[in-house]
Design a protein around this ligand. Structure first.
Ligand code: ZN
Length: 134
């Protein structure tokens, strides 16, 4: 079964932490050990795992992506959102986590962030959990 997280973003670029919501899905499933796949079904949004203890880290990531992929440049894509497509390609569309003891296995400083690059929009994140069989 695929589960869906509804995500509402509020600005053009926004790195929104979803660690708690993913943890809730795992907890509600009752799965103690297994694998959690997270997939973003969008071409202008992505997903990363990085530091959530200091919010300035994702601000720096966001600012540097903006420098690497400038908003104003002569892109060919007529929709006008090529920077968002490129940033989504750089961050990627999925992550896989281990589940141990009914919780996602993450480093002390790690959090899961949905990356909006062409907001504000209503988005979704798909989650599939697979329990260990042995
Ligand atoms: Zn486009």
């Amino acid at each position: 079964m695929i589960q869906k997280l509804d995500i509402k973003t509020h600005s053009r670029v926004e790195l929104q932490e979803i660690t708690g919501r993913v943890s809730e899905i795992i907890k509600a499933s009752g799965i103690k050990n297994g694998v959690c796949h997270i997939f973003v079904p969008h071409t202008t949004a992505g997903i990363i795992i990085n530091e959530h203890a200091d919010p300035s880290v994702v601000e720096d990531i966001s600012a540097q992506l903006e420098e690497i992929v400038p908003q104003k440049k002569s892109y060919r894509h007529m929709e006008g959102n090529s920077p968002a497509h490129i940033k989504a390609s750089l961050t990627g569309d999925s992550r896989t986590l281990f589940i141990e003891g009914g919780k996602p296995v993450l480093g002390t400083w790690q959090g899961i962030f949905f990356c909006e690059f062409d907001g504000p929009r209503n988005r979704s994140v798909l989650v599939k959990l697979i329990a260990d069989t042995v």
